[in-house]
Structure formats: structure tokens, C-alpha cells
Design a protein around this ligand. Structure first.
Ligand SMILES: Cc1ncc(COP(=O)(O)O)c(C=O)c1O
Length: 347
């Protein structure tokens, strides 16, 4: 299937180059959410139909990353999803990360410093070489939020395997455009509101069976019960098997939007989205005399770029003093050319 068949499923105002901040909903997600909001407004339904979306989102996510749905949990944010893993680390453990890592994958480890957990941060280009005996866990993004750098995941997995370190991947800037599976990974979490084009508040995660055994489901509530509807009251606790015991009770409307968005990504195909996004990102790079790259996020120092974009009505971001432009399935060649025209006087 080509991306052309799916054109018209989004309604972006021209010039949205900021999916790395948040993605735009495809029509099926938008319509499902509006329908749920209408029902909510007048009390037309009980909540269980909304929760069906959580189940669909879990299953679509599992298929997307090549996992068993029984090893996938739902939550609200990346940092909260990582917290139970951090709690499972032994006192004095060493966690390795990238020195520009987004803090939702840094602070969950760092809050354990008082019991000797140490977070070591190195430049991304040195990360694989730094995976040496003494490191217990590597926590890193598949695609860096501020720079767009794509992780050499197979090298990280190979180096970690050699020393027995756990691999924890934040795929929030990757899933939805970068082909990725959980093979060789111990935990992978992703917030869906960027490249998976969902409302904020729907996070999904994979936990390997060996890590599930080590972690305490510290956020367990009624939704983590083996029988969800039989777990509302009282002190008897029977948690769900597998990763579902790590579920946080879902933000219904976020998942109502997430399920159709994830299913649409599957329908279009990540490979197709990947090709489209790189084509546009590299067209943009060529216009700035930058060599082609493998990322849907372009980060570059160009003094005055922010002002030029603002004047032209182009919405991108500035991260770490650099312009960050991102390109997704609904971005068009016209968007790219408009952006390049706005930057022309600066290049
Ligand atoms: C790599 C990455 N992870 C996570 C998040 C969001 O984190 P959280 O879900 O904890 O709010 C972002 C937001 O920019 C991000 O870029």
C-alpha cells in the first residue's frame, strides 16, 4: 500500500513541522474521540466501550513491536512506566545513558541515587563503547528527542548482552516511523502522542518475561487485577499474569484516540511511513546543504531560523539552541519547500 491512499486522512494547516513535539490525529482517531466526548457529555454510555480501545491499543502496539500482547502494559507517561523497573535495580547499580537523553528516561533512575544507584551519561557517539563491565542497565532513546540521532540499536543490544546489562529503550520519538522490534530488548516504552498521532496520556510498554519477574508492580490498582471488574474493592488482591499487572488504569479518552491511530499506522505500514518521512527530511536537508541522514528529525544550527519560521507561519521547535524540524506522514513536499523558502535569506 502506498501512502497516497491515505492522503486526506489528516487536516494539517500547512507548515506543521513539529511532530517531535506532538503528532496530528488521523481522521479515524479524531472521529472516535469526538464520538466518545459526545457520549461523555450527556452520559449516553457506560465507560466499558471506551476501555475496549485500551485493549485494541495494547494489541496493535504488540503487533507493531513484534511482542506478545501479554508482555505489553498500558500507562500514562514514560517516566511512570519506567519507575517500577528502576525500583527493581539493586542498591549501587549503574545505569548508562546518553548525555542529551530526555529526562523522562533519566529521572526515574536518578531518584534512586540515595541508595547508590548511579547514572552515567556519555555523548551518544560514545555510548556503545561505554557499555563495559560494571554497567547494569542501559537506558536510552531509539531516536534522540533534541538531535534526531537514531540509535545503533543492534550494537547497543550486542554490547549489553556481552556484559549481561539490561536494555531499556524509550521509543517515543521512534515508534510510528522507525521500524523497530523488541528482539533483544528488556523493556521498551513509548508515549503515543508524537509519531503515533494519539492524544497525550496513552503510553505503552513492553516488559520481557525475565524483567517482569524482577519488577514490583508498584502502581497496581483495580485495572491491574486478574479480573478487572472483580477488583474494585477490598483487600483481596489477585494481580493479572504477565505484563498486565503493570497496567495503570487508563486515561480513557487518550486510548480512544490511540487505538485507531495505531491501527492506521499498521495499515499504512511503518516501512512506507519511514520512506516518506526520510524523503521529506532529506529534501529539507538538501535545501540547507546538509548531507542526507537516516532521521525524520532534522536538527541544525541556523541563527535566525526561529524568527524566519515564525514570520512565515511555520511551526517547528528550538531545542538546545538548534532548530528542530520533523517530518511525518501528513507532511508534504509543499511544506518542505515553504520552509526552505522561509530560510533562504539565511543560507
Ligand atoms: C524521548 C521522549 N520520551 C518521553 C517524552 C515524554 O515523556 P513523558 O511521557 O514522561 O511525559 C518525550 C517528550 O518530548 C520524549 O521526547
Amino acid at each position: 500500500m502506498g501512502s497516497v491512499e491515505f492522503e486526506g486522512l489528516w487536516d494539517p494547516e500547512p507548515g506543521w513541522l513539529n511532530t517531535a513535539s506532538y503528532g496530528l490525529p488521523p481522521r479515524p482517531a479524531w472521529e472516535a474521540l469526538q464520538a466518545a466526548l459526545s457520549d461523555w457529555r450527556v452520559g449516553a454510555t457506560s465507560w466499558e466501550p471506551w476501555d475496549e480501545s485500551t485493549i485494541r491499543a495494547r494489541e496493535a502496539f504488540a503487533r507493531l513491536v513484534g511482542a506478545d500482547a501479554g508482555d505489553v502494559f498500558v500507562g500514562s507517561t514514560v517516566s511512570a512506566a519506567l519507575a517500577p523497573i528502576a525500583t527493581a535495580l539493586a542498591d549501587g547499580s549503574k545505569v548508562l545513558t546518553d548525555d542529551v537523553e530526555f529526562t523522562s528516561n533519566v529521572f526515574p533512575w536518578k531518584v534512586h541515587e540515595d541508595r547508590g544507584v548511579e547514572v552515567v551519561a556519555v555523548p551518544g557517539s560514545e555510548l556503545v563503547a561505554a557499555i563495559q563491565p560494571g554497567i547494569d542497565l542501559v537506558a536510552v532513546s531509539a531516536v534522540q528527542s533534541s538531535t534526531g540521532v537514531v540509535l545503533d540499536l543492534s550494537a547497543v543490544i550486542a554490547a549489553s548482552k556481552k556484559i549481561g546489562a539490561l536494555v531499556v529503550i524509550d521509543a517515543s520519538q521512534a515508534l510510528g516511523w522507525l521500524p523497530l522490534t523488541v528482539d533483544g530488548i528488556d523493556a521498551l516504552v513509548a508515549h503515543t502522542y508524537k509519531w503515533m498521532m494519539s492524544p497525550r496520556g496513552a503510553t505503552l510498554g513492553y516488559l520481557s518475561p525475565r524483567l517482569q519477574e524482577r519488577c514490583r508492580p508498584s502502581a497496581a490498582g483495580w485495572y491491574a487485577g486478574a479480573d478487572v471488574h472483580g477488583s474494585y474493592y477490598g483487600t483481596r488482591m489477585e494481580l493479572a499474569p504477565g505484563a498486565r499487572k503493570f497496567d495503570q488504569s487508563p486515561a480513557w479518552f487518550s486510548f480512544v484516540g490511540a487505538a485507531p491511530a495505531l491501527e492506521l499506522i499498521e495499515q499504512i505500514g511503518v516501512e512506507t511511513i519511514h520512506r516518506h518521512n526520510l524523503e521529506l527530511a532529506n529534501e529539507f536537508r538538501a535545501g540547507l546543504n546538509l548531507p542526507p541522514s537516516n532521521s525524520a528529525i532534522v536538527s541544525t544550527s541556523l541563527p535566525g531560523a526561529q524568527e524566519a519560521f515564525e514570520a512565515a507561519g511555520i511551526r517547528a521547535a528550538v531545542r538546545d539552541g538548534k532548530l528542530r524540524a520533523s517530518f511525518h506522514i501528513y507532511t508534504t513536499l509543499a511544506d518542505v519547500h515553504e520552509a526552505l523558502t522561509a530560510l533562504k535569506p539565511l543560507t
